[in-house]
Write a protein that binds this ligand. Sequence first.
Ligand code: C5P
Length: 227
Amino acid sequence: ALRGVVALDGPSGTGKTTVARKLAAKLGAGYLDTGAMYRVVTLAVLRAGIDPTDSAAVAALAGDVRVGVGTDPEHPRAQLNGEDVGEEIRTERVNVAVSPVSAVPEVRRVLVAGQREIIESVLGSVGGIVVDGRDIGTVVAPGAPLKVFLTASAEVRAARRSAQDSAAGRDSTPEHARASVERRDQLDSTRAVSPMRAAEDAVVFDTSELSIEQVITALSELASRRG
Ligand code: C5P
């Protein structure tokens, strides 16, 4: 079984979340979806009627939101103040608002502290964890023995996101999905605090031409060598 942390970063549409969950299950490790945590805070912002670009109001709310996430890769769970919101955090309304909310330093301070606690707790019980995000290798767990940064071409990412949306019963076209993922990546990689980028010592892995299974096989080999 995996010991320690696998940091799995990269933009959306790279298959990152599916890979992270299946890899964790295969390695008998825990799983943490940090994107779900930013989505839960974003949902709280929207429900409170706060403008997601009003950083002061978002910062003021950040500490009052109780964010709950599961760490079992087979049963992902997301809660806002105890309420299950696993589906609601994937809606377009949240997709559009999540990047500005995630750019607020106070939101990141609160969530990164929570993420480190969860990681410590899972390391203490299960022993290993795969952490899915944008800044895991650079900020949340810079000491992780294995850091991976997944990429894929814009076309491939848009097509994957659109297929995911359709499978979940949400309206989507590849054109719309492409605009949406590109907009979010642009915001995520240019923000002042913890922009999305590969850590210097990350293995950068282009998944455009690979199946999910191929990516998982490659990563589990890397993990067994370095973990
Ligand atoms: O991974 P997912 O697409 O669910 O992430 C949603 C958003 O949360 C990202 O677009 C980004 O704005 C933010 N995020 C972040 N840092 C992380 C994980 C996600 O800023 N570690």
